[in-house]
Design a protein. Structure first.
Length: 177
């Protein structure tokens, strides 16, 4: 099919796209890793989208740093939590904002990227983070399912940190006051 002219050449446009929408698991709860790629729980370019939104928001408000909570140690199979990805996004943000015309350079920092999850738990406890209202389950439930990778990592992190999960403690108190 003949399409619009572009740069003096006529573009060919296919009637049918070969691009298919990605398939998503109906429930991630019992999902394991997929063969030869990121885990089935990977959401296509999620962190890239969130970083782009954060960078736009920061630029509009005159901020020059975006801080992320990315962590690669316990989840190395996700492509968008790795240091290479953070550096690439910083280059893209600096090329696509006022920084490209001499404005302040953006930094994207990921202070937890190489910490074990148990060390992140300890850091949060030191800073007074209220984990009793944090939710990790891929199934979207407040109570950890105990089966999905996120719940298993969370449980292991609190166990290694030597403290009960404040979320489980709170839910237990609410259920049996
Ligand atoms: Zn879960």
């Amino acid at each position: 099919m003949a399409g619009p002219r572009h740069g003096g050449r006529r573009l060919k446009v296919r009637r049918k796209s070969r691009i298919r929408p990605p398939s998503y698991p109906q429930s991630c709860c019992c999902a394991g890793p997929s063969a030869g790629g990121p885990p089935i729980t990977y959401v296509p370019f999620r962190n890239g989208i969130l970083l782009a939104v954060a960078a736009a928001w920061a630029e509009a408000r005159g901020a020059d740093e975006v801080v992320t909570g990315f962590n690669v140690i316990d989840s190395p199979d996700y492509p968008d939590t790795r240091p290479d990805f953070v550096r690439a996004m910083a280059r893209a943000v600096n090329a696509g904002t006022r920084a490209a015309f001499g404005g302040p350079r953006f930094r994207i920092t990921a202070p937890f990227i190489r910490l074990k999850k148990s060390d992140i738990v300890r850091a949060g406890l030191t800073l007074g983070a209220d984990y009793s209202h944090s939710v990790s389950c891929y199934d979207g439930a407040e109570r950890p399912c105990g089966r999905c990778s996120s719940c298993r990592l969370r449980a292991r992190a609190f166990k290694e940190a030597g403290v009960p999960d404040p979320l489980v403690v709170r839910l237990g108190k609410e259920q049996h006051p």
